[in-house]
Design a protein around this ligand. Sequence first.
Ligand code: KG4
Ligand code: ZN
Length: 353
Amino acid sequence: MLILSIDTSCDETSVAVTDGVTVLSNVLWSQASLHAEFGGVFPSLAKRAHEEHIEWVIKKALGTSKKAIEDMDAIAVTIGPGLAIALEVGINKAKELAKKYNKTLIAVNHIEGHLLSPLAVSKNSQPTTHNQLLFPALSLVASGKHTDLIYAEKIGSYKIIAHTVDDAVGEALDKAARMLGFGYPGGAILEKIAKGGNLMRYSLPIPMIGRENQMEFSYSGLKTALYRLVENQKPLTKQKVADIAACFQDKAFTHIERLVKKALKSYKVKSFLFGGGVSSNVELRNRLRKICKENGIQLLVPYTKKLCTDNAGMIGIVAYFKHQRNECLNPDNIDVVDRVPRAKIDQLSPWQL
Ligand code: KG4
Ligand code: ZN
């Protein structure tokens, strides 16, 4: 089952070719450097950059997979959540290809992509577990924009059980890195620096401590406490920075652990799926793996870091399962497909099938 997938939800132009859950190619063109001077993603710039690059990214994805567009069984595209005018570029291109080559179109939710990304396998290996046996599952999607704890009863059936009321965990890590004088992506930089730090040296609050019943993530209080600590500790030395980074990361992750433990008490699950940019973090992976072990379940993470950040490979995985459920649109029907910038994984538009 060959699928060409496109994701232009934010500042990465990505196209992938997948065969079932096997990723044949997953090409990313990152615009991050274009937006750096704005301190965030500048929408009209993102749209233009997607338009300028999408054609060669498609070509490269097909070339790497050694397949032609005519070989594809379907075209898949992210319809949200994301930046409206950026999403539009991918959607228009997907519609154009579906019409031109008479292919089925599959509309995919970006968060579902992160959620199912641990099910992807590389072309050099065989799928080992029967995917349906992993469900019901609990999933954490942690990125620069999302911190969602999701109960996945089965593939395609989801319930958000906790989300963030302010910053996403990746966003908090990025802001912390900036306060300590580092660039982007802050999460990866902090992870490295924290390794040489003493997390006991300073005291920072664990977010929402004692209020875990609310099942909410919140990082703004921890961020403010960090700001005060950094101001108090100036001038910063290399060791102070490492200790502060270790302490901040510890508190940010302890918050996640506490909610995950709470959720595992209420939901009987067979596995834990961890996706999104923050899922590359080895420390958080280890903490979650320990909790999973205590609960007798398996932790699954994407097989490569490329599948953790925004990418189209994960969109192809979702599309494969949607195709199996016949949740596709034929070429005469695809004009109903539209961007859904605030798409929720548990609420679908009627045409979203
Ligand atoms: O999924 P992603 O590429 O884009 C969004 O949808 O936001 O996630 C980016 C986020 C950034 O906040 C970045 O700091 C974080 O993922 N990140 C990490 C690591 N690598 C990237 N966070 C913690 N540890 C890492 N190793
Ligand atoms: Zn994402």
